[in-house]
Write a protein that binds this ligand. Structure first.
Ligand SMILES: Nc1ncnc2c1ncn2[C@@H]1O[C@H](COP(=O)(O)OP(=O)(O)O)[C@@H](O)[C@H]1O
Ligand SMILES: [Mg+2]
Length: 311
């Protein structure tokens, strides 16, 4: 299952991604991807080293994933939305080609830091493109979790990246600023059948919960308190999940449960991969590559466990 944490800067995406990743690692296989502008996930997980950033490997990633798919002429004609087809290399979530470091039972991958200009629609080399390519080729199962610490906004809406997850957690502080991205996300999510749940963070009292409920209604799944344990974590002091309050522990359990009950919808996944590839092709990618990229869509290809290459 693929899980994205989105929200405003400072809301707690990185913190909650790291807590969720640690928690889920007790249950199954977890890959955590730092795809935020500010690369903090490794620090918060306590990683001693940083893996090689995926953002600098886009050419190699394309070469690897295209396999011998005859619809993709070469790595240069593969763009971030190019979907797999017959012959493409479908991967398990912890495919060793993708550099990671192990920390807290989690395999951490990073995009590398990026700039505002990496975020535009027309950005051919956008570093999050590496995440999109990865997600388009991963065949994941129940009990396997890809956790992405994302930046909300422009790029993920334009390219369809926000449709590549089974569940999206929108992290929101109980403030007007905090809930302001909710509406934008909700509208995109509703248009594309994306499962969205709001997770309150740094909640101090009942009034904070009421505020969140007033602004996001039933989309509020659960919330985390303003946590001394998280503060200690941020200060680099020793931390384990046992240091969290009982309520915060329950909130983590709630997140995992929400992910586990989400049915896998490979059919939607495949249809949207094709849809966004066509949009992308028309918007800029046909021009950028000088090709008709609609021909890369393989009508016979079916996403799902059956698509995985034998190891
Ligand atoms: N539940 C919490 N309790 C206490 N501090 C928190 C909590 N969640 C986040 N923080 C703190 O808020 C700051 C921003 O959190 P962070 O996860 O880096 O946000 P984002 O990734 O959305 O920018 C950090 O200093 C972090 O330690
Ligand atoms: Mg962050």
């Amino acid at each position: 299952m693929r899980v994205a944490f989105v929200g405003k800067g400072g809301s707690g995406k990185t913190t909650l991604s790291s807590l969720f990743a640690r928690y889920a690692a007790h249950i199954g296989t977890v890959v955590a991807i730092d795809a935020d502008i500010n690369q903090h996930l490794g620090l918060v997980l306590g990683a001693a080293t940083t893996p090689r950033p995926l953002g600098g490997m886009i050419g190699e990633i394309k070469e690897y994933l295209r396999g011998d798919n005859p619809r993709i002429r070469d790595a240069a004609s593969m763009v971030k939305t190019t979907p797999p087809g017959r012959g493409s290399r479908l991967i398990r979530l912890d495919d060793p080609f993708f550099p990671s470091v192990r920390v807290e039972g989690v395999a951490l991958m990073v995009t590398g830091p990026f700039e505002e200009e990496d975020l535009g629609v027309a950005c051919y080399h956008s570093k999050v493109g590496a995440v999109e390519l990865y997600l388009n080729h991963v065949v994941d199962d129940q009990g396997e979790y890809v956790v992405a610490d994302m930046t909300a906004g422009a790029d993920s809406f334009a390219s369809g990246l926000f449709t590549r997850f089974d569940v999206t957690f929108l992290v929101a502080e109980p403030t007007r600023q905090g809930v302001s991205v909710y509406r934008q996300y909700r509208d995109h999510a509703a248009d594309f059948g994306v499962a969205l749940a709001v997770v309150g963070n740094k909640v101090q009292d009942r009034r904070d919960v009421d505020f969140l409920r007033e602004h996001v209604g039933d989309d509020l799944l659960t919330w985390f308190g303003h946590s001394p344990a998280v503060r200690a974590l941020e200060q680099g002091r020793p931390f384990t999940l046992d240091d969290l309050s009982g309520d915060d522990h329950d909130a983590l359990a709630m997140l995992l449960k929400r992910v586990d009950v989400q049915p896998k919808d490979w059919q939607r996944f495949g249809a949207q991969a094709a849809e966004f590839h066509l949009r992308n092709a028309r918007a800029w990618a046909d021009r950028a590559t000088g090709e008709d990229l609609s021909t890369q869509i393989d009508p016979e290809f079916v996403y799902g466990p059956a698509a995985t290459n034998p190891a």
